[in-house]
Ligand binder design. Structure first.
Ligand SMILES: Nc1nc2c(ncn2[C@@H]2O[C@H](COP(=O)(O)OP(=O)(O)OP(=O)(O)O)[C@@H](O)[C@H]2O)c(=O)[nH]1
Ligand SMILES: [Mg+2]
Length: 289
């Protein structure tokens, strides 16, 4: 992780603008201050990725919240490509100014941008979308991009794909659960039973109708632990002894969430009183995180 931070610091000097990619389902919890506090006075564009999996109304609220705080945030769905055009237009207008400035000083390099964020949020996929082919490796698990990789976008732009950066230690349980459920944390280092139980508790509290809709179960009482049993039975996930295979059921619930089969879910709403993590230095338009 120290290496990733060093790479970030070193490459920041080379770019004109930075895309900070957040997960639209957890825009606050996917914002790693150890990234955003290093961005200084760079131009920052926030992308809310996986918008197809997030609650559209909540995404609107997040965009508004970022705007109130002087930050341009754009939802993108990298599967369908929805939102990409808006990003390109915005980038073009920002870079136009940059390019003009460079011409004045007789520097004639191509504009350069980097994409940063936590693992598995869609950074490489975003660059592939811009490129129109697949020069960057992507994957369903975190930690696919191992080191910085420059990718040319036609003859107009150079993009730097960066490895995801995660917190070295997570002390807040809700925070850790959100990152695990959305796929930022490696499967090997969390307990799927605990995460799926946390997720079901969240659903019981916030969207109880989903349980019937997806699993055909009316009963949410007495809680997530019991619900896992019921879901396992419904799905026929039983051990040789006839008990519910809880691990298989937990994996199944988490996969359904990740694939959006439980519906579009945003796990956190903007807190009006909280401000985004700010960098030091002057603020430009679009403003800094
Ligand atoms: N549903 C949905 N899935 C997405 C979206 N963007 C990316 N993904 C999926 O998320 C996974 C991770 O994408 P990557 O582009 O590899 O993510 P990354 O941020 O580069 O990950 P690291 O290199 O591990 O840091 C892939 O399975 C993508 O298919 C999106 O907008 N919607
Ligand atoms: Mg990557």
């Amino acid at each position: 992780m120290a290496r990733a931070k060093k790479d970030l610091q070193k490459n920041l000097k080379l770019v004109d603008a930075v895309f900070v990619m957040l997960d639209a389902r957890i825009p606050a919890s996917s914002n790693n201050p150890s990234i955003t506090s290093r961005l200084g006075d760079k131009i920052v564009i926030v992308l809310l990725s996986k918008a197809d999996l997030a609650d559209a109304q909540h995404t609107k609220k997040w965009v508004k919240w970022f705007k109130i705080n002087g930050i341009e945030a754009m939802p993108v769905d990298l599967i369908s490509g929805r939102g990409i055009k808006v990003v390109i237009n915005s980038l073009s207008s920002i870079l136009e100014k940059k390019v003009l400035l460079k011409r004045k000083s007789l520097r004639r390099t191509l504009p350069r941008c980097m994409v940063v964020g936590i693992p598995n949020v869609g950074k490489s996929m975003f660059i592939n979308k811009l490129a129109g082919y697949k020069p960057a490796r992507t994957g369903q698990y975190p930690g696919v991009t191992r080191g910085p990789q420059w990718i040319s976008i036609g003859d107009e732009l150079e993009m730097l794909d960066m490895p995801g950066i995660l917190w070295p230690k997570l002390n807040d349980r809700d925070h850790a659960m959100k990152l695990a459920a959305t796929g930022a944390i490696k499967k090997e280092v969390f307990d799927p039973g605990e995460v799926s139980q946390w997720l079901l508790e969240w659903i019981i509290l916030n969207k109880p109708g989903l349980i019937k809709e997806r699993f055909g179960i009316d009963e949410v009482y007495p809680g997530a632990d019991h619900l896992i049993e019921l879901i396992g039975k419904k799905r026929g996930f039983l051990t040789a002894g006839g008990n519910v295979d809880r691990l298989r059921t937990a994996d199944h619930i988490l996969r359904e969430f990740k694939e959006g089969k439980l519906g579009r879910i945003t796990l956190e709403v903007p807190n009006e009183r909280e401000r985004p993590c700010r960098t030091s230095g002057k603020t430009e338009q679009p403003a800094q995180l």
